[in-house]
Design a protein around this ligand. Structure first.
Ligand code: ASP
Ligand code: MG
Length: 414
């Protein structure tokens, strides 16, 4: 399985170069299925067109529109393949039997049939599938949400029990930090599904979160690599039981400036207030991320949480209304925040990572506003102006600059 993102098929030359690579793979004796994204900024441009003719953006028609982007790519790639003597056939999501639920513009895959795909492969053909789309249980065309071509590729790889799902993109792999912030960031040779899930969940843009979930659930090995250099990239796979001693405790630092913070002051401390706040947010599909509630003093407490900036307006309306209903003191919001996360499977067995992280931030004068953790991640919310220095200092302090893995200092002997 090979998936090519928008930049990989952005113009005719790129498409020809992808065709060469598909031909090369095929001639080495592999069955090849290709999933393509829309060329370059096509999806953004289609959305902008839609916005210019409508404020309603009916979901069914949006999906009709957006799926055309991937159809252009698949047809052009098949033509380029024909020119170099590769027998290839393009198919839409519907034609390969990607069955989804009925939620337009963010449908979930419920089944992958793949019969036509298997038939074509058996005839020795390369199949090029339009990413990001399927057909609903109501027989309507659907899309899988932005970045959904990754999910198409992983779902098809799972259905066909592919040896590997190669994700070709414009970076050479998954890095220990964003190289635009940390120039000495290194390409990671491999990551576990759990680490990649955490990274995608806290803001890494390399792979769509749902595609990683799918890959983990169906144990599909992923290889994230560049279609510009064709060098080996980062493997994401099940590495349980393999010499963990050689793996660094910390794999990477990830930043995300796409969220805002909402604080509700002087919330009466009684059963039911949190439900009263978060239920209407959930019903409005607002994606609440970190939540912090202080212990109560004199029967009142403050509650802060983060939401995507895109959901901020809706969230504020709801929270302002609810805060009056429950007799809270008021609502403020802060858009100048960033989340900085440290991710590493080695945290499970290595205590003191969070403490060291907080010390490093303190020494760099970074004030921590919120904290949340999982077994293999520590995230903090800091001021936006502190984001870059936080990422850089953590990258250095945890030994990621030099590639020497950080090991927790042994407790002092008494
Ligand atoms: N073309 C779609 C998007 O831009 C799907 C994808 O590229 O994965 O979101
Ligand atoms: Mg993408």
């Amino acid at each position: 399985m090979q998936k090519y993102g928008g930049t990989s098929v952005a113009d005719p030359d790129r498409i020809k170069s992808v065709a060469e690579h598909v031909a090369f793979t095929k001639r080495h004796g592999n069955d090849v299925v290709v999933v393509v994204s829309a060329m370059g900024k096509t999806t953004d441009n289609l959305m902008s067109l839609a916005n210019q003719v409508s404020s309603k953006l009916p979901g069914r028609e949006m999906d009709m529109l957006l799926t055309t982007g991937e159809r252009i790519s698949m047809a052009l790639l098949c033509m380029a393949l024909a020119d170099i003597g590769v027998d290839a056939v393009s198919m839409t999501g519907s034609q390969v039997g990607i069955i989804t639920d009925t939620v337009h513009t963010k449908a979930k895959i419920v089944e992958v049939k793949g019969d036509r795909l298997r038939e074509a492969l058996a005839q020795g053909r390369v199949v090029v599938v339009a990413g990001f789309q399927g057909v609903s249980t109501d027989k309507e065309i659907t899309t899988l949400g932005r970045g959904g071509s990754d999910t198409t590729a992983v779902a098809l790889a799972a259905a066909l029990s592919a040896d590997v799902c190669e994700i070709y993109t414009d970076v050479t792999g998954v890095f220990s930090a964003d190289p635009r912030i940390v120039p000495q960031a290194r390409k990671l040779p491999q990551l576990s599904f759990e680490e990649m899930l955490e990274m995608a969940g806290v803001g890494s843009k390399v792979l769509a979160l749902r595609s990683v979930e799918f890959a983990r659930n169906h144990n599909v090995p992923l290889h994230v690599r560049s279609s510009f250099t064709w060098e080996h990239g980062t493997w994401v796979r099940n590495i349980e039981g393999e010499s963990p001693m050689e793996d660094p405790i910390i794999s990477g630092v990830v930043q995300d400036a796409s969220e805002s913070k909402v604080t509700i002051f002087a919330v009466p401390d009684r059963p039911g207030v949190s439900a009263a706040i978060f239920e209407p947010l959930a019903n409005a599909n607002v994606n609440v991320d970190m939540i912090v509630q202080n212990t109560s003093r004199e029967g009142h407490t403050d509650i802060s949480f983060t939401v995507p900036k895109a959901d901020m307006k809706v969230a504020e309306e709801i929270v302002t209304r609810v805060s009056k209903d429950i007799g809270a003191g008021g609502v403020t919001h802060d858009t100048d925040i960033a989340k900085v996360s440290l991710v590493g499977a080695g945290m499970k067995t290595s205590p003191g990572i969070a403490a060291k992280m907080f010390r490093v931030l303190a020494e760099n004068n970074v004030n921590i506003q919120m904290i949340s953790t999982s077994t293999i991640r520590v995230s903090v919310v800091v001021g936006l102006s502190n984001m870059e220095s936080a990422v850089r200092s953590l990258h250095t302090a945890f030994g990621l600059d030099s590639g020497t893995s950080y090991s927790a200092p042994l407790p002092e002997r008494k």
